[in-house]
Design a protein around this ligand. Structure first.
Ligand SMILES: CC(C)(COP(=O)(O)OP(=O)(O)OC[C@H]1O[C@@H](n2cnc3c(N)ncnc32)[C@H](O)[C@@H]1OP(=O)(O)O)[C@@H](O)C(=O)NCCC(=O)NCCS
Length: 170
């Protein structure tokens, strides 16, 4: 478990399903610049949450993001090692009702500290769709520096995607 001023990052349980469906999986705008899609109905959202909770049992660096004040699950985030010493922020998403409050920044900062201080990372990468202004600004405001751009292997709604990569050294 990780803690910031306003948030707890913890492993999930199937009980988190209703929060996550309401706050994240049902909100199409969250997925505009992600390869993932919204869940089409609550049943699909609940099984998606259950699958994430199962994955959390295996992967200790993936989390659900909970707002302390409301005790709700409001997002997802994590890190993974790409190759020795080189880590990346994986999908990070905060529900639209909770964006713009500095929560993304708290999440990236605590994950960056986890990678550098507990997992021996020497670099952390962050990538986002080129058009994703909020994500780009989040990376820059957490000390990441633009590295390069690459075409993504996947398409989004039949369109090619350019990914911008940012990097932070220890
Ligand atoms: C990207 C995302 C995680 C940012 O989270 P957030 O909690 O809203 O971000 P914060 O409030 O911590 O803001 C972080 C920085 O980004 C800036 N920012 C936030 N939203 C912005 C927007 N829509 N446009 C421009 N800048 C924005 C903030 O001003 C802040 O910069 P500053 O420190 O220089 O003032 C959130 O918008 C999100 O979940 N989006 C949908 C999913 C997604 O696209 N995830 C990224 C996948 S790579």
């Amino acid at each position: 478990m990780l803690e910031t001023k306003d948030l707890i990052l913890r492993q999930g349980t199937a009980n988190d399903g209703h929060d996550l469906y309401r706050n994240l999986w049902s909100r199409a705008e969250v997925f505009r610049y992600m390869f993932n899609k919204p869940s089409p109905n609550e049943a699909a959202g609940l099984s998606r949450t259950a699958a994430y909770a199962e994955m959390h049992k295996e992967v200790s660096t993936e989390f659900f993001v909970c707002e302390k004040a409301s005790n709700q699950v409001i997002g997802i985030a994590g890190i993974k090692e790409l190759n020795p010493g080189h880590w990346t922020i994986t999908d990070i998403a905060i529900g639209p009702d909770f964006q713009g409050k500095g929560f993304g920044k708290q999440v990236v900062k605590v994950l960056t500290a986890l990678a550098f201080d507990s997992h021996g990372a020497t670099t952390i990468a962050y990538d986002c769709f080129r058009q994703n202004t909020a994500s780009k600004q989040l990376a820059l405001s957490c000390g990441f520096i633009y590295s390069h751009s690459e075409p993504a292997e996947l398409q989004k709604n039949g369109e090619n995607v350019t990914l911008d990569y940012y990097i932070r050294n220890k």
